[in-house]
Design a protein around this ligand. Structure first.
Ligand SMILES: Nc1ncnc2c1ncn2[C@@H]1O[C@H](COP(=O)(O)OP(=O)(O)O)[C@@H](O)[C@H]1O
Ligand SMILES: [Mg+2]
Length: 282
């Protein structure tokens, strides 16, 4: 049994204009989980993330980090351990050089100077940004800026990493590079939450999918469970991942037996088809 890292209980959040953006969200998150958060625009994903990392204070409900009930006094402990990469890098990046930008978080953690320098160096290398130290972040390309905004979080070494729609403003090549980074982080046993409209990515990458609708979580399960639930997909205006659709067509046409062994990648589909061809010819 994995250890619980976050517990959210009956979370409500109301914006200044009276908008109820979270309406009773309860969920438990465990060490090492890879969670995709999906749902229509305005369903509360970003608001949920900003509560999880202590930028926003809930109107009602609790957040428990490890054994600690989060309150005003220990908020920094939450922020230290739950890092968020904003949807728009421009809303996150504040410093005038990449070095200062990535060093900002570790400095706020009051780490010794040598440790800050080491963290910056490591985070930049990790994000393939070595040599960018003296560059002003605001003049970098969209993909480079995104990498800086991720290096910000990598340098803080939080236990939980949150990415709010990370691929939205990236071109396909940068989106692919980012997916590699996300896979790398996943392989390192980090707990990662990503909001996305890309159901194909969610299906390939996640172990668990949370579906938001009108400030509530309306589904929570494996990608297969969630993406087989047509009612949920219709309610949230999402389509089924392409690989599932293709598999279903092949089963319908009796090209594949219905073993429910849904492939996640084209290579896996190919392997399933190859196996099947061997069986037929044998
Ligand atoms: N700063 C804000 N002031 C008032 N309402 C907001 C603000 N930010 C978001 N909202 C509203 O809160 C709801 C949830 O928004 P958000 O969490 O951004 O959804 P998502 O990330 O799923 O698109 C939406 O109705 C949105 O219009
Ligand atoms: Mg959002």
């Amino acid at each position: 049994m994995k250890n619980r890292i976050l517990k959210v209980d009956d979370l409500h959040y109301v914006y200044g204009n009276g908008k109820l953006a979270l309406d009773g969200v309860s969920v438990e998150i465990f060490e090492g989980e890879k969670i995709a958060v999906i749902g229509a625009n305005g369903s509360g994903k970003s608001t949920f993330f900003l509560n999880l990392n202590g930028v926003y204070t809930p109107a009602h409900g609790e957040i428990i980090y490890r054994e600690m009930l989060v309150n005003k006094k220990n908020l920094n402990e939450l922020r230290k351990n739950v890092g968020i990469v904003f949807q728009e890098a421009d809303n996150q990046i504040i410093a005038s050089t990449v070095r200062a930008e990535v060093g900002f978080g570790p400095m706020n953690l009051r780490l010794p100077k040598e440790e800050v320098i080491k963290r910056v160096k490591e985070a930049l290398a990790y994000m393939n940004l070595s040599g960018f130290e003296d560059r002003p972040p605001h003049y970098l390309s969209g993909g480079e800026k995104k990498r800086v905004s991720i290096a910000d979080i990598v340098a803080m070494k939080p236990e939980v990493m949150i990415f709010d729609e990370p691929t939205v403003s990236l071109d396909p090549q940068n989106a692919m590079l980012l997916e590699e980074v996300l896979l790398k982080l996943g392989g390192e046993d980090k707990t990662v939450l990503i909001s996305t409209h890309d159901v194909d990515f969610a299906y390939r990458w996640a172990e668990r999918v949370l579906v938001f609708c009108n400030g509530k979580i309306i589904a929570d399960g494996t990608p297969l469970d969630v993406f087989q639930n047509m009612e949920i997909l219709k309610l949230t205006n999402l389509k089924q991942p392409t690989m599932m659709e293709v598999y279903n067509v092949l089963v319908e046409k009796k090209i594949l037996p219905d073993t429910q062994a849904y492939p996640k990648k084209v290579q896996e589909l190919k392997a399933v088809l190859d196996d099947c061809a061997v069986l037929l010819s044998g």
